[in-house]
Design a protein around this ligand. Structure first.
Ligand SMILES: [Zn+2]
Length: 110
């Protein structure tokens, strides 16, 4: 899950003019739009948990099914026969989950 920002010239209904707006994205959804002129924030009702669920689901769903089958058959043999580059994957996923937790915390504060 990642937050990104961009600036765009949009028409503000309070300024009655085209002003610079700060657009905040979470993954590919717009989370909020803020007018730099009057600081009016237009928030989008984004479901952070749903975004996260869909993202993780997509990651799991795109995994080769062969891996999942081997995993089910014999866990210990699968782990010992696993190439090194695959062992590093769970670590990367944990790191990813921690980063996502940080993003979710920011959500609570805003
Ligand atoms: Zn404005």
């Amino acid at each position: 899950m990642k937050i990104s920002e961009m600036k765009a010239g949009l028409y503000c209904t309070r300024c009655h003019d085209e002003t610079i707006h700060r657009v905040v994205y979470v993954n590919n959804s717009i989370q909020s739009i803020k007018c730099e002129g009057c600081h009016r924030v237009t928030g989008m009702k984004i479901n952070a948990k749903k975004e996260l669920y869909e993202e993780i689901y997509n990651r799991i769903a795109t995994k080769p099914s062969r891996v999942t089958q081997e995993y089910k058959q014999d866990l210990s043999r699968f782990v010992s026969g696993m190439p090194l580059r695959m062992i590093s994957k769970p670590y990367r996923l944990i790191k990813y989950v921690n980063e996502t937790r940080k993003v979710l915390k920011e959500f609570k504060h805003s």
